[in-house]
Every structure is written in structure tokens, then in C-alpha cells.
Design a protein around this ligand. Structure first.
Ligand SMILES: Cc1ncc(COP(=O)(O)O)c(C=O)c1O
Length: 395
């Protein structure tokens, strides 16, 4: 079946974060929302069919994640990532953000240090601070348009007693995929300083340009033992509202410790519709995904080329994966408040503010390109006019 990702589907009436919060966040309903990371595309037909079929049954009691569910996950991980996982290594979670918070809670004590690679997805900070733990930010360095880890600085940081490091692979906001040697070095350092590693791989299926994702837990025997992996079909198939994700524990002892926290809160199992959607997506969604990825690549190329030609003040960091584009807007010469104002009031687009991704994010903006090309073109045209006006004013 051929999917038409050009189709513009109104989401106005469906109480979505992306559209429903525009007024509150941007002060206007008129901005083109290119912020929160979900897509404006319809899901694979088989997913919608599975949900419709389940709705036909009139009883919605408690649900289990049965053999059928875990088999779909195991097969997906093997097919897409060449990763052999056993069903007993999987734990359901209604979301990765709640799982991150539970992991911090389960594996650290108040005041313990947790390291993140900054700038990074804002809830990483909240999961640590909200639990009364200390954030240790490792500042990613920009080298030739890509973020890199300074391993000597990292080693110094870990030697000060970091209990957990949270890796985001592929990385949000930059879309950087950490290489196997980089992942191996992280694991070696984790071993040396006895630091547990949480690897958030929610964007793993959205790899671009023929790249191949390396699950961190596969890079060595030590990695399998030390890394807890977070994954989900939610980013891949646009199912974030259905609350279905999971963790992979190769290490049984770590799983027990996690369950002792997640289990008491009943956050280790999930709901009826999310489970059905996950099974259908992983079982039948591959064809849809194979059509989605080149569409995302074309949207990203469109913006990168357009900006290069018309708006050289802005420098995009070309992602290896994901539909998020991290834009260096520092040359516009605006402070954070004025930059947001400029994007909203003059360009009419609603983006994520870089400063919210921690240090290193100031002066940057994150743009979500998982929307029809016509919307991307409109946003680019508006941005170009706004920047041109600014150039005239500041002359
Ligand atoms: C790195 C990362 N982790 C987690 C999430 C959200 O996970 P969930 O919706 O399952 O809580 C996102 C969403 O953008 C993300 O980018």
C-alpha cells in the first residue's frame, strides 16, 4: 500500500499537545506548530484497523502483555536492529519519561549524581532533579557540525562518583547517532567507575540516510550487563497518545530492582489500546516505515538546502536520525526571549526553545519536520521573509 504523507490532516479537534497548547505556549493559535515530537501523519492502516477491531469488543477490562505482544517486540528488535532479546528481558512501561524517573528512583539515592549529555531532551533533567538527585551535565562539543563527547572530561566527571549516566541514542535534539566505538568507550568508562548506563533509544527506528542503529547493550558483554535500554513504537509509528513502551534488561538483577519500584506503582504493565497498537505496528508497520523515512529525509534536505541558500544566519545540524532539526540561531544576535518572540511573532512558527535543553542550548531552536511538505514549505517561506525584514531593520 502506498501512503500519502503529503495529506494535510486537521488535528484541531483532537485535544493534542502540539495544537491544543499553542495559545498557552506561544500566545497565538496561528503559529505553525513544529515543536513537540509527534508527527502530523496518519498511522499505518493495520494499526488503525487493529484499534477499530478491538473497539468492536464491548469490554475494556485489565489487559496483559501476552506472548503475542512480546513476540512482536522480539521479532522487531531482531529484524530491524539485529538484536536478539528474550521475552523475559522485557518490561512494559506506559512511557519512557516515567520509566526514566523510575530508573533514577530505583538505582540512586537522594543527592546521588546522574550524568547527562547536554544539550538534551528536557525531561532527562526533570527525572533527575524531580527525584532530588544531582544533574552532572557533560557538555557536548560541536566539531565539524556534529556533537562529540570529550572523553577525558567525561572520565574526570565519572571519577567524582556518578551513579548513573543517561545516554540518548539517537540523540535528541541533534539527531546524532553515537558510533559503536563511542558506545564501547562509554561502557568501558561505566565499568571502570561502576556507573550504571540507561540508554534511551526511543528514536532508534527513525534512522536516516541508510544509517544503522547500534543498540548500546549489544556493543560488548559488559554492555549487556550494565546497560538498561528504553525503547518504544511511539516515536516510530506516531502512537505517543497510546502510552506503550518498554525496557530491555539483559541483566536480571537490574530488572528485579527496577520492578521493585515500577511494580509497586503498577507502572510495569499497560493499557488495552496501546498494547494492540504496539502489536500491530511491530507486526505490520514496516512497509509504512520504509515509506516514511525517505519522506523525512526529503523534508530535512529541503530545509537544510533552503536555509543554506536563503537564511545563512541559521545553521542546521544535519541529523543522522529522527525528524528533529537542531538549528543554531546564534548569528541572529537575539537573546532567548527575543529569539522566541521572533520565531512566533515574526516568522509565525512554534519551535522548541534551545535553552530548555540545558547548557549548550542557548541560541538554538528545535524544529519538528514530521509534517507534510507543504507545511514545511510554508514555514520556510515565512521564516525567510521574517529574517529578510530583520536584516533591513538592523542595517
Ligand atoms: C529521547 C526521548 N525520550 C523519551 C521521549 C518521550 O517518551 P514517552 O512519550 O514514552 O514518555 C521523547 C519524546 O520526544 C524523547 O525524545
Amino acid at each position: 500500500m502506498e501512503y500519502n504523507f503529503d495529506e494535510v490532516i486537521s488535528r484541531e479537534e483532537t485535544d493534542t499537545v502540539k495544537y491544543g497548547l499553542r495559545e498557552k505556549l506561544f500566545g497565538s493559535k496561528d503559529v505553525i506548530p513544529m515543536w513537540v515530537a509527534d508527527m502530523d501523519f496518519r498511522v499505518p492502516k493495520e494499526v488503525q484497523d487493529a484499534l477499530k477491531a478491538r473497539v468492536e469488543h464491548p469490554i475494556f477490562g485489565y489487559t496483559i502483555q501476552s506472548e503475542r505482544c512480546w513476540e512482536s517486540v522480539v521479532n522487531w528488535l531482531e529484524r530491524r536492529h539485529n538484536w536478539k532479546v528474550d521475552q523475559k528481558e522485557l518490561v512494559f512501561s506506559p512511557g519512557i519519561v516515567p520509566a526514566l524517573s523510575l530508573l533514577v528512583h530505583a538505582f540512586t539515592k537522594p543527592e546521588d549524581k546522574v550524568l547527562v549529555f547536554s544539550p538534551v531532551y528536557t525531561p532527562f533533567f526533570e527525572a533527575i532533579k524531580g527525584n532530588g538527585r544531582k544533574v552532572v551535565p557533560h557538555h557536548l562539543q560541536e566539531v565539524e557540525g556534529k556533537y562529540t563527547i570529550d572523553f577525558s572530561v567525561l572520565e574526570e566527571q565519572l571519577s567524582q562518583g556518578v551513579k548513573v549516566m543517561i545516554v540518548c541514542n539517537p540523540h535528541n535534539p541533534s539527531g546524532r547517532m553515537w558510533t559503536k566505538p563511542e558506545l564501547q568507550r562509554l561502557v568501558e568508562l561505566g565499568k571502570k567507575y561502576d556507573t550504571l548506563i540507561v540508554s534511551d533509544e526511543i528514536h532508534a527506528d527513525l534512522v536516516l540516510w541508510g544509517n544503522k542503529h547500534t543498540p548500546m547493550a549489544t556493543v560488548s558483554e559488559e554492555a549487556a550487563n550494565r546497560v538498561i535500554t528504553c525503547m518504544a513504537p511511539s516515536k516510530t509509528f506516531n502512537l505517543a497518545g497510546l502510552n506503550a513502551s518498554y525496557l530491555v534488561f539483559k541483566n536480571e538483577t537490574l530488572q528485579k530492582q527496577y520492578r521493585s519500584v515500577a511494580g509497586t506503582l503498577h507502572l510495569d504493565f499497560g493499557g488495552t489500546m496501546g498494547t494492540e497498537a504496539m502489536i500491530a505496528a511491530y507486526t505490520y508497520g514496516e512497509e509504512w516505515l520504509e515509506q516514511l523515512l525517505p519522506y523525512l529525509e526529503r523534508n530535512i534536505s529541503l530545509v537544510v538546502n533552503f536555509i543554506k541558500e536563503h537564511i545563512p544566519e541559521i545553521k542546521p545540524m544535519v541529523p543522522d536520525a529522527t525528524y528533529l532539526l537542531w538549528l543554531d540561531c546564534r548569528a541572529l544576535g537575539l537573546d532567548d526571549v527575543s529569539l522566541k518572540q521572533f520565531m512566533v511573532e515574526e516568522a509565525g512558527i512554534g519551535l522548541n526553545e534551545g535553552r530548555l535543553f540545558g547548557e549548550g542550548g542557548k541560541g538554538w531552536q528545535r524544529m519538528n519536520l514530521a509534517c507534510p511538505k507543504s507545511i514545511v514549505e510554508k514555514a520556510m517561506a515565512q521564516l525567510k521573509v521574517a529574517v529578510e525584514k530583520r536584516r533591513i531593520v538592523s542595517q
